[in-house]
Write a protein that binds this ligand. Structure first.
Ligand code: FBP
Length: 552
């Protein structure tokens, strides 16, 4: 198989580790910090996790290790959507295991959590793993969205673990997968299986973060990839001066990606779903806002611009959120009746007949393409697949209509020619930036130290990320510390709290302070392509979001 020159060069890249992880594994010891409690609902979470609740935060320090010297067999899975750096979590874990003892074994279960249930695995070897160092993608073992959450499933996992004499399972995933990792850890702790479970924080969406997880891996590279493309489009828009570009960027729920890209590229418009919800902005108000910016720029002779639309926006618009909630329930409850319908007309009649009056009116007001997209298959969690809803096209249609009205009343004189884009899958498997390559390798390496020290129900964490790896710290945080109780699909469940964009946080505040200027003037910035080799200040810097959050 032929490989690209960059791939060949990246094989030779040595990821940087935090100083403490550079030491001989036998001279790294656990330092126990404070006992933890959950972010809220602590009594309920304590009841649900009697064996793994309240454990201490831990960090590592240079001291003789008290970890028993023994042979380890560890299993690893990748769960959910791809995120750049996943391969490096596995290579970091593998290298640490092998550094501790050549006899240690790492098994990769294929295709996500289902690989564990089906006992579909490979044993990693040097020559196999070397082909994936510092590369993007999850193709090393594949990923999947099967949810690992029932006792029946846990029993199967226990049998598989017993068969392979697994000491530990590392789950690389987002908030839902790590929630399930905590439940699995509790199951093993309660049932004496002796299998440890460690999580690693993954998702390009950036919504698995809190006071201890500074960022999920993959966010940095994905945002840099989208920002390069957005910057290129901005330059094209400013050269041709004839198009408005509506660019939807991924992020199932939170708008962190949209916000980061806006901080990187300074577009004319960036919508933030969390703000839309906080201000209870209707679809009509959003359309009017965009049209007003288009008109303002047209009055200055600028019939061009760039607008960033977060993928999750649609679910933050109050009336659409209610509609989607009703649709999710209806399609789940009436699945058989709905599936027996023939053609869109029949589906439309059925849907509008079962929705509340208000939601039926919202549904009817949407263009037919969007109505069809709202009715497409749900994901395994029963949610609408927002990445398949063309919000950017919906907004172009509605803004165009609004500008037509404004033209008639003399409020707008200009030309509106709009193009739509969706940047999502383009960013999920890019070669990890140096930041993600280093961060992920460290997370994986650190996961082994947590295992070697007998810990379970912990997330591997690396902190101090806004500065270089030399000053990063490594440790572990009990997953139950990040949990609260939320209503999910009609039931109250313990889950890791998802981090939405904080409207009082520094990244949003900075954006808010600049956006009026960016709307009217053309202040585009051009981040360019990710650089892997060259000056540190170009190659190793992380996101504007982290820099602003950590005041760097
Ligand atoms: P994870 O939360 O599993 O990391 O996935 C995030 C994401 O990339 C979202 O941004 C997007 O909405 C979704 O996955 C797309 O899912 P799929 O890969 O199933 O099309």
């Amino acid at each position: 198989m032929s490989i690209s020159p960059l791939q060949s060069a990246r094989y030779r890249y040595t990821p940087k580790l935090p100083k403490i992880l550079q030491s001989d594994i036998r001279s790294v010891a656990v330092r126990y910090g404070n006992e933890t409690s959950s972010v809220s609902d602590s009594e309920k979470i304590r009841e649900l996790f009697p064996n793994t609740y309240g454990m201490r935060e831990i960090s590592f320090e240079n001291a003789p290790s008290t970890a028993p010297q023994r042979r380890f067999t560890v299993g690893v899975i990748l769960s959910g959507g791809q995120a750049p750096g996943g391969h490096n979590v596995i290579t970091g874990l593998y290298d640490a295991l092998k550094k501790a003892s050549e006899d240690n074994v790492l098994l990769g279960f294929k295709g996500g959590p289902s690989g564990l249930l089906e006992d579909d695995f490979i044993e990693f070897t040097d020559s196999f793993i070397d082909q994936y160092r510092n590369t993007g993608g999850f193709d090393i073992i594949g990923s999947g969205r099967t949810k690992l959450e029932t006792v029946e499933q846990f029993k199967i996992v226990a049998q598989v673990a017993k068969k392979h004499s697994l000491d530990a399972i590392v789950i690389i995933g987002g908030d839902d997968s790590n929630t399930n990792a905590a439940v699995l850890a509790e199951y093993f702790a309660a049932n004496g299986g002796g299998v440890q479970v460690i999580g690693c924080p993954k998702t390009i969406d950036g919504d698995l973060k809190n006071d201890v997880i500074e960022t999920s891996f993959g966010f940095d590279t994905a945002c840099k990839t989208y920002s390069e493309l957005i910057g290129n489009i901005e330059r094209d828009a400013n050269s041709a001066k004839k198009y408005w570009h509506f660019i939807k960027v991924m992020g199932r729920s939170a708008s962190h990606i949209a916000l980061e890209c806006a901080l990187e590229c300074q577009p004319n418009i960036c919508l933030i779903g969390e703000e839309v919800e906080a201000r209870s902005q209707s679809l009509d108000e959003i359309v009017k806002y965009i049209a007003s910016v288009v008109a303002k720029r047209a009055a200055n002779g600028d019939n061009f611009g760039v607008a960033i639309i977060p993928e999750g926006l649609i679910e933050f618009i109050p009336e659409v959120k209610t509609l989607i909630g009703e649709l999710n329930d209806l399609l789940a409850k009436e699945e058989a009746a709905y599936n027996s319908l023939d053609g869109f007309e029949a589906q439309y009649g059925f849907i509008t007949g079962h929705l509340s009056r208000e939601s039926a009116a919202v549904f009817s007001s949407l263009p037919q393409d969007i109505q069809k997209q709202l009715l497409m298959d749900r994901d395994p969690h029963g949610n609408v697949q927002v990445s398949r809803i063309e919000t950017e096209k919906l907004l172009i249609t509605m803004v165009s209509r609004e500008l037509g009205k404004m033209k008639e009343s003399g409020e707008y004189k200009g030309k509106f020619s709009a193009l739509n884009h969706f940047f999502g899958y383009e960013g999920r498997c890019a070669f990890p930036s140096n930041f993600d390559a280093d961060y992920c390798y460290s997370l994986g390496y650190n996961a082994f130290l947590l295992i070697a020290n007998g810990l379970t129900g912990y997330m591997s964490v690396v902190t101090g990320l806004a500065k270089g790896p030399a000053s990063w710290q490594a440790g572990g945080i009990p997953i139950t510390k990040m949990m609260n109780i939320e209503r999910r699909h009609g039931e109250y469940k313990p889950v890791i709290r998802k981090a939405l964009v904080e409207l009082e946080g520094r990244p949003f505040k900075y954006f808010e302070s600049q956006r009026k200027l960016w709307e009217e003037k053309t202040c585009f910035t051009f981040p360019g392509a990710i650089q892997y080799y060259g000056p540190e200040e170009v190659c190793d810097i992380t996101t504007r979001t982290l820099a602003l959050e950590q005041n760097c």
